[in-house]
Write a protein that binds this ligand. Sequence first.
Ligand code: SF4
Ligand code: FE
Length: 491
Amino acid sequence: MALKTAQEYIESLRTLKTRVYMFGEKIDNWVDHPMIRPSINCVAMTYALAQDPQYADLMTVKSSLTGNTINRFTHLHQSTEDLINKVKMQRLLGQKTASCFQRCVGMDSFNAVFSTTFEIDEAHGTHYHENFKKFLTFVQDNDLTVDGAMTDPKGDRSKAPHDQKDPDMFVHVVERREDGIVVCGAKCHQTGSINSHWHIFMPTISMGEADKDWAVSFACPTDAEGMYMIYGRQSCDTRKMEEGASIDVGNAKFGGQEALVVLDHVFIPNEYIFLNGEYEFAGMMVERFAGYHRQSYGGCKVGVGDVVIGATALAAEYNGVEKASAVKDKLIEMLHLNETLYCCGIACSSQGFQTKAGNYQIDLLLANVCKQNVTRFPYEIVRLAEDVAGGLMVTMPSQKDFTSDTVVGRNGETISDICNKFFAAKDGVSTEDRQRVMRFLENMCLGAAAVGYRTESMHGAGSPQAQRIMIARQGDIQGKKQLAKDIAGIQ
Ligand code: SF4
Ligand code: FE
């Protein structure tokens, strides 16, 4: 089957019976819901750009499984060049949406599950790798969006899965049947869950023998019986519900989405199971997925950063301060920080290696350094954006005030007249354009989009401490001690 168009993707979501809840109620037409639709538009961009000949090399690739042309978001990386192109594609998507475009979690799970299942089969004589290859061929052939679901609620963090008071704190097998398994549990803050066709579930931590029933990975359709989602709020999200909302939303076209995904006795047929009790491989799957997703942030956040920097430069221009040396210097600092993140994304890709299964894995140390920098630099970029833009980005009257004909002045001036008079930009720039750029920055720095740029930079793909553990493990302090001993003449 050919690549889907953006419209075909959106229409395909309407055929699913996905159960979505928001503000305490079931949402039937979630595809057109004003708070959800921007996140669907965002994923749709991964389809739209794949149709554009200008981006064909980046967005499409030959499948290693079928030889057909597929969307890179469904690809198994075959070389370090593929890994680099993945990061470049993510930067491009970030530039085009200024949002989290969600589809990467699926791509990263494909690559992690592909290589891990190969090694499980090798050790246990299981058939998970064949299962997975069949599933991925189906995904590629139908150009599907798949959510990679990892983060369990975890309950008491000091306890292993089997030790939790409530066993559902980690997704687990509650029944084993001849033809499959029944699973219960939940995954928290799942990016792009509602607008995915399918989900791949993976464990979230390394596990011991007592956690056997929690060491489970599988695929299931998003509208599977027993599965539902409760939509996550974002800062200022109800602005999207206001009549005629556009300027005040900031980025009205695109956005991300996260949800609590609940599995209430969901049946998984054998052919969709990729791990089932081989607990010693849970850690490998987690580490590989996390590694890919930490690489991803060296692309997507850089693309979003490009738009933040552009908006900051525009705000400076509209305020008439673009030539001030202090402003120029702050923009240079923003560029420097943003490109440093890109360097990390490219570096961990170029140092990638081939797994036993044949696909390519990133350099783990460099990917963790990449994500550790992402937990810091976007914060500094946002600080500088707020510094340059000025306080108006958070104090400006509403869009409605700028068009209101309510008379307030002694000479018959309306609220609109007054707002447009006192919030005028420099000559030649409309007040509306100044409003737009300020609200956009508000949205990116601390509004709904801040989920995808700011806080996601901290916690997405693992919180900072998770990277520090990996950096400690991979950093080879012993080897470095030896280097010092050799040169200092210490026996
Ligand atoms: Fe993709 Fe970035 Fe969103 Fe993760 S945070 S799904 S890498 S856009
Ligand atoms: Fe993320």
